[in-house]
Write a protein that binds this ligand. Sequence first.
Ligand SMILES: [Zn+2]
Length: 92
Amino acid sequence: MQDGLGPNAEVLRLVLSKIADGALPSVRVEKVWAGYGTGHRCYGCDQPIDRTEIETEIDLAGALLLRLHRRCFAMWQRELETRENVAARDLK
Ligand SMILES: [Zn+2]
């Protein structure tokens, strides 16, 4: 299974800019649904999520449904985790 749509750095840059402008909320997500894609646009990289790829669905307080590739979801959450760790370290 292909799990890449291009250079990771490019996708990461998109994910970072979306966190910056609020398109991707700065929220650590614990509950997700995963399944095969249905052609919806990924909130991370803006590419359609193909039927052969794993799609991660995030329901934020029932108000907003985000769909991301598993890889894009991981990048987004990893970035927030890194920021939390940096913030925690700065408090000490
Ligand atoms: Zn994506």
